[in-house]
Design a protein around this ligand. Structure first.
Ligand code: NAD
Length: 245
């Protein structure tokens, strides 16, 4: 890493050490180093000419469940993925006494797997699934292993992941939690997201402080008020030290 990058990471370290209430706002780029492709980077799913926004949508789910599940099981359900250095360091900081809220657009459950507790899942999780008829809960393995479209073993109803599909609104409680976390924070770290999915991307504007960092491996700056750290998020977080409060 070059000197200017290291000095920005040192600055991030200083703010992490001093801050009382940190929000980490992340997206699909947080999990690429765990082997889960994102949507919009050079190797992302969108580059394969597949319109994920069309397929992972509310309408597709109900009108073309076979096509939905073919894509979803193959491209969104990575049940063997493991947390990377970013997930782990955030969890270690929390365990060491830092108040960190993770607001994630991801549905892969890797922050939980790493041991973090304060997590707001804006778009739900692949690990929660319910029958659309009788509400019976199902785990991710049941859905992933089902032949074609997963059906309820009790009533035969269509099983739906507890994931916010394109065309569906975010839960009001989740929105309120995310806004409150932003308003309370004194350090905001945004990472691994293109900030192109709304309303999720708009939540960063509720942050009222002036310590803002943006970590992205591509050259996607957010504006002068953000300190931009260009790099892989796992590599950046592996440089951060955990200091007990
Ligand atoms: P995106 O694909 O639109 O953007 C990812 C961004 O992260 C890009 O700007 C890319 O340059 C950057 N990036 C990729 N790998 C990185 C790394 N190792 N270090 C630093 N930066 C990296 O993702 P988005 O903004 O989250 O929006 C996509 C939507 O699709 C979200 O709703 C997201 O939840 C969902 N999605 C989720 C997963 C998952 O759960 N893992 C995977 C794909 C898509």
């Amino acid at each position: 890493m070059d000197n200017s990058l290291m000095s920005k990471i040192d600055q991030l370290q200083e703010y992490i050490d001093k801050s009382i209430d940190i929000v980490f706002f992340g997206g699909a780029g947080v999990s690429t180093e765990s082997g889960i492709p994102d949507f919009r980077s050079a190797t992302g799913i969108f580059t394969n000419n597949l319109s994920a926004e069309t397929i992972i949508s509310h309408d597709y789910f109900f009108y073309k469940p076979e096509a939905f599940y073919k894509f979803y099981k193959e491209k969104m359900m990575y049940l063997n993925a493991e947390p990377n250095a970013c997930h782990k360091k955030l969890s270690d900081l929390e365990k060491a006494g830092k108040h960190i809220t993770i607001i994630t657009q991801n549905i892969d459950g890797l922050h939980q797997k790493a041991g973090s507790k304060h997590i707001i899942e804006l778009h739900g999780s692949i690990y929660r699934n319910y029958c659309t008829k009788c509400n019976q809960a199902y785990d991710a393995k049941y859905v992933k292993k089902a032949q074609g479209v997963p059906r309820c073993s009790k009533c035969g109803g269509l099983i739906k992941p507890d994931v916010v599909l394109y065309g569906e609104p975010l839960a009001e409680e989740t929105i309120n939690q995310a806004i409150q976390a932003m308003e309370n924070a004194d350090l905001l770290i945004v990472g691994g997201t293109s900030l192109k999915v709304y309303p999720a991307a708009s939540f960063i504007h509720f942050f009222e402080g002036n310590k803002k960092f943006y970590i992205n491996m591509e050259n996607e700056q957010l504006g002068d008020d953000f300190t931009f750290i260009k790099g892989k998020i796992g590599e950046v977080f592996s440089k951060i030290k955990v200091r007990r409060n």
